[in-house]
Write a protein that binds this ligand. Sequence first.
Ligand SMILES: [Zn+2]
Ligand SMILES: [Zn+2]
Length: 334
Amino acid sequence: MKAARVPEPGADFEVVDVETPEPAAGEVRVAVDACGICHSDAFVKEGAYPGIDYPRVPGHEVAGRVDAVGDDVTAWSEGDRVGVGWHGGHCFECDACRRGDFQQCEDAQITGIAYDGGYAEYMTAPAEALAAVPADLDAVDAAPLLCAGVTTFNALRNTDARPGDLVAVQGVGGLGHLGIQYAHAAGFETVALSRSPDKEELADDLGADHFVNAAEEDAAQALRELGGADVVLATAPSAPAIESVVDGLGTDGRVVVVGVPGEDVAVNAQSLVGVRGGVEGWASGDARDSQDTLEFSDLRDVTPEVETFALDDVREAYSRMIDNEARFRAVLEP
Ligand SMILES: [Zn+2]
Ligand SMILES: [Zn+2]
C-alpha cells in the first residue's frame, strides 16, 4: 500500500510503498477514504512528542471502511463505515478506565503517534477506538470532525451553558468555524471573535449572532456589553487573545481553551474572583464522543470547510495547514 510517512523528526514527508498491515487480535484494518491534517500532526513531523518510533505515519482524523477484522472483535464487521480520532485506544484496566473515563486512560494510545495513522491507504486500529460514521455523511466531511469537530463539540457540551446563554467562539479558523456552527445549533446566543474583519460574513453564515472585530474593539468590553459571556471557547492558539477575553466573562463564566498557545497565559485573578469565573482546558474525547459528534453534525448539517489533496501531495497539504493558509481543514484522500 501507499503511505505518507515522516522518516525521522524534522524530515520531509516521503510517500512510499509499504506492506499493508494485518489487524492483530482486538484490532480492525481500515481502508482510508479521507484523513484530515491537524496542527497536532506537527508533533510527529517535528519530533515534539516523547516516545515516537520513526518512521511514523501520522493522521488522527481518519474516515474509512472496515476492511479486515482481527480475532476477538465482535462489534465491527467488514464494510462498516468508521472513523478514528486522536483517542486511539485505552487499557480498560486503569482507574480512569474502570470509571468509564476512557479519555483519561493512564495508558491511552494516540492515533498516528503510538501507531501508524491515516496518511495511508490502510491502517489498523484497536476496536475500541472506532466511531461509526452515519450513512449520509461524506468521508471528506467526516474526517475533520474526528478531531477539530469532537474537540469543539465535546468542549461546548461539557460546559454548563444552556440554550440562550452567551457563548463566544474566539478565532474563526479550523476549530472556530466548527465551534460557531455547534454553538448556534445548540441554541446558544453565539458571538464570533476574530481579528480578521473579512471573517464577519462567514461567521454570520455559520450562525453567529454577533461579530466582534477584536483588532479594533476591546473584546472583553464587547462581551460585557452583551451581558457577559457564559463561555468563551478559545480556539486561536494565542496567549494575548485568551488573556484579552477573561474580563468579558459573566457570572460563573468559563474560558475553555482548546487551541493551545506555545506560551503561558497570564490571568488576572481579581477578574475571575469577581465573577466566580475560570480558565480551563479541554481535549477531544473518546470514540463514542466522536460518534456523537458525527451524528450531531449529520443531524444539524454542521459541515467543515475543506481543501482536498491526493496522498502524493502531502507536502503541499501539510504546508498549507502549518502556514495557516488552508481554508479551513486540509484533507488527504489516499
Ligand atoms: Zn488533531
Ligand atoms: Zn486505562
